[in-house]
Design a protein around this ligand. Structure first.
Ligand SMILES: C[S@@+](CC[C@H](N)C(=O)[O-])C[C@H]1O[C@@H](n2cnc3c(N)ncnc32)[C@H](O)[C@@H]1O
Length: 433
């Protein structure tokens, strides 16, 4: 039976028209630290996921790029993020909070400063989407603990990976426990920090309880699945992924959908769109919509930090492995998959799904400089051992220099629209508009 499905499947798959993508090796500005233009690594066997994806395509046809990305990153058994630490020099990429403590400290100071300007609403929730190793949350927690001025707050981490949620708890909790599978509670893990703050881990943003929230997302949105759309004869058609014939060097290939897919039909371009092919992050749209409603109805502030563009890039879907670019259709599950965040789309969604005022995006280097990063650097250097000084200095340089992470990474802030007049009087720190 399975063989019959495979036979029918392979006959069917070759009737789709292949689509070519730009040569990834030609992509220069890749958005992650310490990435070099090394030759692409050869395929590593990651049999299970490749087999599973192939079987699915053979049985039911090509899948969307978004479904491929979701499976590769978060498949419960073999997903890239689900069962290991992929960060740092030993891993596949390094993120800003991991490079220097100055990053998390300044983000924490920004949050507490904006919160105080709103009259220090208490209690509040500190929410982080996709906290990775928990380094940013730990550094922000230190600042909140130092300056919270008697306010009560709880921590809410939205994390899909069971492995990373444990790593996060170990980073800033003195005790934590995982709840039984059949628990009806909206969190699956809970813990307590050394200073007595309660921390809760949720699988979805929807599960974070209502309440005034300070929300951070650092390199979260670039990990959410994107659909690839292309204008064909005036209609948006979706680029799909299908099995490749045995003679080719990758397991999969891109094909163009024969009929309009549901997502292509649903897609509404941002007014003024001029591109004829683009990446559409439906999951990002959903998260930003939820966030906008939450801020509008419950109050709060959100800071989104990621690499991205302002609605002008077309093809940014790529893989990273051991700090080098990796062909995304090769050895799925063995490398990170990512796509640039479209800040124009994000801003449009926030402003149309809730009454939200957005600030930015501004470049990371500018934000950190305006938040007095240079002064904090001098302070740290003055107290550091001579042998550590170069590392501290080069870390800050990596975060802020325009040719490193300073211009590629951007910050977007969201506030409830009712605060527009207040924010004119007391401008948002780190932003110009
Ligand atoms: C690129 S990492 C960034 C980690 C961290 N914020 C940092 O900058 O070091 C993406 C994070 O988002 C999590 N993640 C990815 N997809 C997710 C989803 N759909 N829901 C919740 N978390 C997700 C990953 O497990 C990981 O913690």
């Amino acid at each position: 039976m399975l063989r019959e499905v495979l036979r029918i499947g392979s006959r069917r798959s070759f009737s789709y028209k292949s689509v070519r993508r730009p040569n990834l090796a030609a992509v220069k500005d890749n958005g992650n630290a310490n990435t070099e233009q090394k030759p692409m690594p050869s395929a590593q066997p990651n049999g299970d996921l490749t087999k599973q994806l192939r079987a699915k395509m053979l049985a039911t046809g090509p899948i969307t790029v978004a479904e491929y990305m979701r499976e590769v990153l978060t498949n419960p058994n073999a997903g890239y993020y689900m069962h290991r630490d992929v960060f740092g020099r030993e891993g596949d990429f390094i993120t800003s909070p991991e490079i220097s403590q100055i990053f998390g400290e300044l983000v924490g100071i920004w949050l507490i400063n904006e919160w105080q300007k709103l009259g220090s609403p208490s209690p509040f929730q500190f929410v982080e989407l996709g906290p990775g190793r928990g380094t940013l949350a730990r550094d922000v927690l230190k600042v909140l603990t130092k300056f919270k001025l008697g306010a009560e707050f709880s921590m809410h981490l939205v994390e899909i990976s069971p492995f990373l949620s444990k790593a996060q708890a170990q980073r800033f909790c003195y005790k934590h426990e995982t709840l039984p599978e059949d628990s009806q509670l909206p969190y699956y893990q809970q813990g307590t920090t050394a200073t007595g703050t309660n921390a809760y881990w949720h699988r979805r943003l929807e599960d974070v309880p209502p309440g005034f929230s300070l929300v951070l997302a650092h390199e979260f949105f670039d990990a959410l699945p994107v659909h690839k759309l292309q204008l064909v004869d005036g209609n948006w058609q979706e680029v799909l992924i299908d099995v490749e014939s045995a003679s080719q060097s990758t397991d999969f290939r891109y094909v163009i959908s024969k009929a309009q897919t549901p997502v292509a039909r649903l897609f509404k371009p941002v007014p003024g769109e001029t591109r004829s092919c683009l990446e559409y992050a439906l999951e990002t749209e959903r998260h930003v919509g939820l966030l906008a409603k939450r801020l509008e109805q419950q109050g709060g502030i959100s800071l989104i930090m990621d690499y991205g563009h302002f609605g002008d890039k077309t093809d940014t879907f790529r893989g990273f492995k051991q700090h080098a670019l990796h062909e995304p259709l090769l050895a799925p599950g063995s490398a990170d998959l990512t796509a640039d965040v479209d800040f124009k789309h994000m801003k449009h969604v926030a402003e149309t799904s809730g009454h939200i005022q957005c600030f930015g995006p501004v470049q990371q280097g500018e934000f950190l400089e305006r938040m007095q990063g240079a002064a904090r650097l001098e302070q740290l250097l003055a107290n550091a051992l001579p042998e550590n000084q170069e590392l501290i200095r080069s870390g800050y340089e990596m975060l802020t220099a325009a040719d490193k992470m300073g211009s590629r990474f951007k910050f977007l802030a969201m506030f409830p629209g009712v605060l527009a007049e207040h924010l004119k009087k007391y401008p948002v720190a780190g932003f110009t508009e």
